[in-house]
Design a protein around this ligand. Structure first.
Ligand code: GDP
Length: 451
């Protein structure tokens, strides 16, 4: 996610050195402008962003740190427009959400994805089939809910969505659901009939929030339809679907400020897990090449035992990260499948995420080597990397069929990974990381993790 946009920002950042002049700033800004427009960011949004960056950088004297600070502030102004972020639970359950969108936008799929996201947070979710316009919508929901094991409320006896919603809400209250997601009707285009129906459903549902699902492949049209929905029925959040198919991705950057409704989630594929929460501060870190540690933690939380993760974090902070932990981490990453989206979340690795899009975790020779190296170690060596003197390294090298040079290189990588993890897991992790990255040739220049 955000590969193209992240490239735009990191390329511009590279153009500025520690103490620099106005010419360098102009170069960096031009680079940014060119790339943002290429990524399909709206031209007005681009202009506003650039002029803020220019003013803010000049205010503090031109240099890399000032440029980075200015970018962060300007991006924050662009994305933080107030309103809720991610999913917000109502004080009194069930939290009721109206899912709206045009036909084909991905509304029904997104409803399933959102239910999956909430189910992973241990919430009891009810999906209500109130799209009685599109013939296949109810059947589609039956399949989705069966797959994700979430309850579906449907009523074949009526064609009136208002009736369905009313009885569904009663049912949800009596069965103590945490969240009710109402899949409403879509149309091929915005028309009065659609708006009237939505208005009626809205009145009886009295939802906590209304989400509009916008197809990112329609580019600036997504902004226009979202704005119309906002004006006609009022929306509280936008979910951008099919972002995986949008190689440019610029629409996500301007959406919140253009529609004046926060972008809340992004759909990244057809599978039920392919939904990512859009939290501005995390996105800004990713755009600037600093990764999204919280997002990574959230993604991994469902796959890695929480206790294990805490134990590992403690070890890392104490500097006691050992080879067993290293292997454990690798195994966890393997479970997560799509490497490239994950790499983009790791600080400093954003630039590499594209390069490893086709990374084959199962068959990577590098990871195989690391595994065979660790399995040639004694239990004590695995727990205490400091034991590894030359003769032990030689024994290990023979044991796993590698050279001592290769063993040394992998141990160095392991140590760097441990150091990085330690630095980053501390309180001031982000600051330290930034200064380190500045010294290591800018974002993307981080060394030490397996390649
Ligand atoms: P609806 O008419 O708005 O309910 O649309 P659907 O939920 O049926 O989605 C239309 C098509 O878009 C389906 O083929 C979905 O699988 C596909 N789709 C939805 N979201 C995404 C996404 O984030 N990425 C991709 N690649 N396809 C999506």
């Amino acid at each position: 996610m955000f590969d193209t946009l992240t490239d735009s920002f990191t390329n511009a950042i590279k153009k500025i050195r520690f103490h620099d002049d106005e010419k360098a700033l102009t170069k960096a800004l031009n680079e940014l402008k060119k790339n943002l427009l290429k990524a399909d960011v709206n031209h007005k949004v681009t202009k506003t962003l650039l002029s803020r960056v220019e003013i803010l950088t000049k205010e503090n004297g031109i240099g890399k740190d000032q440029f980075l600070d200015a970018l962060r502030v300007a991006l924050n102004e662009l994305l933080e427009i107030g309103g809720n972020k991610g999913f917000v639970f109502a004080p009194n359950p069930p939290t009721t959400i109206l899912m709206t969108g045009l036909q084909g936008s991905g509304k029904t799929t997104t409803t399933g994805k959102l239910a999956t996201y909430l189910k992973n947070k241990q919430k009891k979710v009810l999906i209500v089939a109130a799209d009685l316009q599109r013939l296949a919508a109810v059947e589609q929901l039956r399949q989705i809910t069966a797959q994700i094991e979430v309850e579906l409320y449907e009523d074949e006896a009526t064609k009136n969505p208002v009736e369905v919603v009313l009885s569904a809400l009663e049912y949800a209250k009596s069965k103590i659901f945490d969240v009710v997601l109402i899949d409403t009707a879509g149309r091929l285009a915005i028309d009065d009939a659609l708006m009237d129906e939505l208005d009626e459903v809205k009145k009886v549902a009295n939802p906590d929030e209304i989400f509009y699902v916008a197809d990112s492949l329609t580019g600036q049209d997504a902004i226009r339809t979202a704005t119309t929905f906002k004006e006609k029925i009022g929306i509280d959040g936008v979910i951008l679907s099919k972002y995986d198919g949008d190689s440019k991705g610029g629409v996500a950057l301007g959406l919140s400020s253009q529609v004046q409704v926060p972008l809340r989630f992004i759909g990244m594929g057809e599978k039920m897990e392919d939904l990512e929460v859009f939290i501005p501060e995390r996105v800004i870190n990713r755009l600037m090449g600093f990764g999204d540690v919280e997002g990574l933690a959230e993604k991994t939380a469902n796959l890695i035992d929480e206790k294990d993760a805490k134990r590992l974090t403690k070890k890392i902070q104490k500097g006691k990260f050992n080879f067993n932990d290293f292997l454990e981490q690798m195994e966890s990453m393997k479970k997560m499948g799509s490497m490239s989206s994950i790499m983009g979340m790791i600080p400093g690795m954003g630039g590499m995420s594209k390069a490893i899009k086709d990374f084959d975790f199962e068959n990577s020779s590098e990871l195989k080597n690391i595994k065979s190296m660790v399995s040639s170690m004694t239990a004590k060596e695995r727990e205490n990397p400091d034991l590894l003197n030359n003769s032990r390294k030689q024994r290990i090298a023979i044991g796993c069929g590698l050279t001592v040079v290769e063993i040394n290189r992998m141990i160095k990588q392991f140590k760097n990974a441990g150091k990085m993890a330690k630095k980053f897991s501390g309180k001031n992790g982000m600051k330290q990381l930034q200064s380190m990255m500045g010294g290591a040739g800018g974002p993307g220049g981080m060394a030490g993790l397996p390649r």
